[in-house]
Design a binder for this molecule. Structure first.
Ligand code: URP
Ligand code: ZN
Ligand code: ZN
Length: 582
């Protein structure tokens, strides 16, 4: 019934608010303290100490027991205001409605979580709540296609969970995230998917979806990919070319995975770094006596990112499979993506808020904690011209969209690598600040207009991952995920004021124009005037289908063209002598 590294208990448990719960199953094989997570029915809330919850104990994973923390956050979660009730009506009055294609001044009427009308001077039913957006922009809520909430990684677990992470998201104007379910080596993909759903569903304050990692390869993985696409709304799979002996696939495995993804009508996402070379680099740098965070950057130069990016492009192209390169961090890798796109390959490159906002010189900071905070993979590049260069490519559509790879660790967690940079948990923040960073560095700099801003912060993600026009646009029938955005207002980013659980912000002290005044998620006002009105579990899982037109129209046509090219020459058979085989 129980396996090491994660399994199920099916027993019923009884819990009281503020009560600690420890797994007491005598046959539980997991050593040490345990995380126990309970799937609460949406809306279940222990409102006062002593109130009892009876439910299923669904998952146990080795680590630190987080049950009491989770319960107390449920007890103290924000009050539900009338404006959060789903049936409520909202009118966003007189703003400049900005979509990826064009902008116009209009009112936006919302009912039951859906946009019902977009037109000037709307008449609305009595009792409708009116938000004044005159002089402001009204934009689709941000969509972050790359996050890692509470991911078990490098001996610990990222500190922002699906509650604190999505809380921070909506405070920054993002109303949907796509996270990654990553199986342990040998673990069922379906099991990992269910585990992540179990973590996310009770906690998310905005809608979310899941990519699934192909962290090992077998016929079982191949079959489960099909099951995930057919019955669980997954259309994107991530392959790691780095993290040797952990997540990394070999080229031959990658080829098989890419072929299956193509057959299912999905999208392959790739972490492109040459894992073998990185592992050699780490040994070399440590042997030179460099153990600090700068060693991380030195051990995995941009050349290794560019090489793997080119290899991924070739492998995907051989299978005729579309490719999405996550976290493009160097201009060398970005140039490979650009060249592939110019050569007609269906490839999308993702820029990160971190890569656009800061550079890798921070890893040389004298303060170890400061330097370690910037350790991520692929590394932020030490050439200070890199962020501006990546922004140029993003503005021109050489890179297609933005994400964050939000994967936060506290100082104490980063300190797992205090004597050896290769043990510093990789990851940075960005979820709350992405929109402001892109506005400041992209729009204020004159590199992109407000429509491109919307494209790279929401619309293109919705199209690539196939939930457009449900999201990523302000249009009749779309989900009411909306932000009233003040393009003139400024804010100074700081760990002291951010809503993340992490104790450091890589953008500390940066002054940005572009501030979300109001965030509406699923028709509810979840953030207004600096105050959050979130409810854990209010977000929904968004299932996605395969063969999305945005990508697969071209794929299908290219398949036809290729098939027509793969025709043999009509000739007389060879009839001359043949040497005997030795
Ligand atoms: O440093 C990073 N990027 N951490 C998260 C895991 C990954 O590679 O995406
Ligand atoms: Zn990655
Ligand atoms: Zn990532």
């Amino acid at each position: 019934m129980i396996t090491k590294n994660g399994s199920r208990h099916s027993s019923q448990i009884s819990l009281q608010a503020h009560e600690n719960y420890t797994c007491d199953q005598s046959d539980c094989l997991i050593d040490g303290p345990r995380i126990l997570q309970v799937i609460f029915k949406i809306g279940t809330c222990l409102s006062s100490p002593g109130e009892t919850y009876l439910g299923d104990c669904v998952y146990i994973y080795s680590g630190v027991c987080s049950m009491s923390v989770y319960l107390s956050f449920l007890v103290s979660s924000s009050p539900i205001t009338p404006s959060m009730e789903p049936g409520n009506r909202l009118l966003i009055r007189g703003g400049r409605v900005v979509n990826a294609d064009y902008s116009r001044t209009a009112d936006v009427f919302v009912e039951d979580g859906v946009i019902r009308n977009v037109a000037p001077s709307l008449d609305v039913p009595e009792g409708t709540r009116v938000l004044d957006a005159r002089g402001k922009l009204v934009i689709p809520g941000g969509i972050d296609p790359h996050t890692h909430m509470q991911i078990p990684f490098m001996g610990t677990r990222s500190i922002d969970d699906f509650y604190s992470g999505t809380r921070a998201a909506v405070a920054g104007g993002t109303t949907m995230i796509l996270d990654f379910a990553l199986p342990f080596n040998g673990e069922s993909l379906l099991e990992a998917y269910r585990r992540w759903r179990g973590w996310a569903d009770p906690k998310v304050c905005c809608d979310y979806s899941l990519h699934v990692g192909l962290t090992w390869w077998s016929s079982q993985v191949c079959e489960e990919m099909a099951e995930l696409t057919k019955n669980h709304g997954v259309n994107s799979f991530k392959i790691f070319m780095a993290y040797k002996d952990f997540y990394m696939l070999r080229d031959s495995e990658m080829c098989a995975a890419v072929r299956q993804c193509k057959a299912l009508g999905g999208l392959v996402m790739v972490h492109a770094e040459n894992g073998d070379m990185v592992s050699e680099g780490v040994k070399e740098v440590l042997a030179c006596g460099v153990t600090g965070p700068e060693g991380h950057t030195l051990s995995r130069p941009a050349e290794l990112e560019a090489e793997a990016t080119g290899r991924a492009v070739a492998i995907a192209n051989q299978a005729g499979c579309p490719l999405y390169v996550v976290h493009v961090m160097s201009h060398e890798a970005a140039d490979v993506v650009t060249a592939a796109r110019n050569n007609g390959h269906i490839v999308f490159g993702e820029a990160l808020a971190a890569g656009l906002g800061v550079d890798g010189t921070h890893c040389w900071n004298k303060d170890w904690r400061h330097a370690a905070a910037y350790v991520m993979s692929p590394p932020l590049r030490p050439d200070p011209r890199t962020p501006a260069r990546l922004m140029d490519l993003l503005a021109n559509d050489d890179l297609s969209l933005t994400a964050t790879d939000n994967c936060t660790f506290t100082g104490e967690q980063k300190a797992l690598g205090k004597d050896d940079f290769s043990k510093i948990p990789n990851g940075v923040n960005g979820l709350e600040d992405r929109l402001s960073i892109v506005w400041e560095k992209g729009v204020c700099s004159g590199k992109m207009d407000e429509n491109r801003f919307v494209a790279v912060t929401s619309t293109t993600a919705a199209k690539i991952f196939n939930f457009y026009p449900r999201k990523g646009v302000i249009a009749v029938g779309s989900d009411a995920d909306i932000v009233i955005w003040d393009p003139q207002m400024t804010r100074t980013i700081s760990a002291k004021t951010h809503h993340h659980a992490v104790d450091f912000n890589i953008f500390e002290g940066m002054e940005c124009h572009g501030v979300p005044l109001v965030t509406v998620a699923g028709g509810r006002v979840v953030y207004e005037n600096g105050q959050l009105f979130v409810q854990p579990g209010a977000g929904k899982y968004i299932p996605r289908t395969c063969f999305g037109d945005f990508i697969y129209q071209r794929v299908r046509q290219m398949d036809i063209v290729r098939a027509n090219q793969q025709v043999g020459v009509c000739r007389q058979p060879y009839s001359g002598p043949v040497v005997p085989v030795l």
